[in-house]
Structure formats: structure tokens, C-alpha cells
Design a protein around this ligand. Structure first.
Ligand SMILES: [Zn+2]
Length: 272
């Protein structure tokens, strides 16, 4: 579920993408599926990469396929629960930094931050979520991402109610920060990923690690249409898959160290 709104930002139009984590309705006796954290087969990875990276079917942006950060990410945590979850955010950022080649850090104050993570009181959360989503009762936590016409992310706001359980907050952090780094949609609920809705996963899976690395590969260009980007992504995942299956720690073979900043193409014909 996503909603679009146009924001005027200087002379450029930016699109604000809002993506939530949705709750699974509790059913008595429901078992959590076993977590194996194994890399999915290529066709499953690519089918889910398509919906995760380019958005859920029917809600795709007309102008951009790939959305990513180029500039260093500096996040600020806001709210009384900040201290409790600072290390969880640090852990996710350390992995993001390795996989994307973009620096991720926590900012000292709000001034230099381009990502804001709110641990919000329930009343404030209700007001915010009612503004953005048609079925607010289903939205556990959400992220707004501001994206320019090239697909470059300029800012993101993640909102998590502070009255969730610690596991609930960690599940929201893993899920929402994947939206904040550029994943616009969701995988199938059977796909082992922190981005799936329903029964959440409170950490990044090996599937997530491979797909983050793929989204930030320089062979995926900002000016590619979804079909072109998917073809390029399939070649990238195919090569990564072989390395990951042989590695003891997938991060050893997935890290992008010393990559040059991703290039922005000339104006791509999007709105001005
Ligand atoms: Zn989501």
C-alpha cells in the first residue's frame, strides 16, 4: 500500500513515497514458520526483487525504476525510545554501508540529518498514519521517502509507535529502513525477507543482503526502465549467487568497498 503526493522542492518536483509495514491478523495457534536464512533460487529472488525494488504492482512510479541514495545518509533518532534502539540502527547501518557503498551514520542533532526515525507516541502516530493511508488500522509503522526525478532519495522519515514490543520495534526498523534506502514495494509473504508483510522478520536475511547489494550496483543505472533494470539485476544476482553459496559469511563477498558515487544521468524526461 502506497500513496503518492507531489511536493515542490525548489524548482524540482519530488515525489513522496509512503510505504508501511502491514500487520498479520492474529490467528489462534498460528506457528511462526521456521527461519532457515538460505538464499532463495534465482527465479524467486528476481520475482521478489522486481516487486521490492520497483514497487508493488499497479503502484509503480511512471518516472523512475531505481530509487537509491547517492549522498551519505545521516540519521537522527527522535523520541524517548531512541537510546534503547540506537545500537539496532547502528547494526543495520553498518550492513547497509557495506552493501551499498554509501556512508551511513547517526547524526548528533537534527540539523544535518537526512533520515529521521521517530519513536512516536500512539496519539501522534494515529494522526500521522490517518493522513497517509486509507486503512490506518492495518499500518504497524511506515516510512515516507522523498525522491527526485532521477530516482535519487533526498530524505526519509520512518515512524514507529513507541508502545510496540522490543521485537516489534526491531521488525519495524529492519522493514522500514529497507524502504528508506530505496525499496518501494514488498515481496511475497512466503519470501524470507524483512520487507515481507504479515509475520515480520526482525533482521536482514541473506536474500535481503543480496538484493540490497544488487539495488546499489553501478550497473543498475538511474535512467533504466524497469525491464532494463531487471535484466541488469538478473546478471548481477546470478554472479553474486555463486559467490554467496561458497562463502562462509555472505557479507565477505557482497561488500562494496571504495565504490565511486553512483552517477546521475542527464534529465530523464520526468516532471519539472
Ligand atoms: Zn512496507
Amino acid at each position: 500500500m502506497k500513496s503518492f503526493a507531489w511536493l515542490l522542492c525548489a524548482s524540482l518536483a519530488a515525489v513522496l513515497v509512503a510505504a508501511p509495514a502491514l500487520a498479520q491478523q492474529a490467528r489462534p495457534g498460528q506457528q511462526q514458520p521456521a527461519q532457515t536464512n538460505q538464499l532463495a533460487p534465482l527465479d524467486v529472488l528476481m520475482r521478489n526483487f522486481e516487486s521490492m525494488a520497483f514497487g508493488d504492482a499497479g503502484e509503480r512510479s511512471k518516472w523512475t525504476a531505481v530509487t537509491r541514495w547517492r549522498e551519505p545518509v545521516r540519521a537522527v533518532l527522535i523520541g524517548e525510545k531512541s537510546d534503547q534502539f540506537r545500537n539496532d540502527v547502528r547494526g543495520l547501518f553498518a550492513v547497509f554501508e557495506m552493501l551499498t557503498g554509501v556512508p551511513f551514520s547517526l547524526a548528533d542533532g537534527d540539523g544535518g540529518a537526512n533520515v529521521r526515525i521517530y519513536f512516536s507516541e500512539r496519539d501522534w502516530y494515529r494522526t500521522q498514519v490517518a493522513r497517509s493511508f486509507p486503512r490506518p488500522d492495518q499500518v504497524v509503522c511506515f516510512t515516507n521517502t522523498s525522491v527526485d526525478t532521477n530516482g535519487v532519495i533526498g530524505a526519509a522519515n520512518t515512524v514507529i509507535p513507541e508502545d510496540l514490543s522490543a521485537r516489534g520495534v526491531r521488525t519495524c526498523l529492519a522493514h522500514e529502513l529497507l524502504h528508506a534506502i530505496g525499496f518501494q514495494g514488498h515481496p511475497m509473504r512466503s519470501f524470507d525477507s524483512a520487507l515481507r508483510n504479515g509475520i515480520g522478520i526482525d533482521r536482514l536475511t541473506v536474500n535481503d543482503q543480496v538484493l540490497i547489494r544488487t539495488l546499489y550496483d553501478e550497473r543498475l543505472r538511474f535512467d533504466m526502465a524497469p525491464d532494463e533494470a531487471l535484466t541488469a539485476a538478473t546478471a548481477i544476482v546470478t554472479a553474486l549467487q555463486a559467490k554467496v553459496l561458497e562463502a562462509k559469511d555472505p557479507l565477505d563477498v557482497l561488500a562494496q568497498r571504495g565504490r565511486l558515487p553512483l552517477t546521475i544521468p542527464p534529465w530523464n524526461g520526468g516532471p519539472v
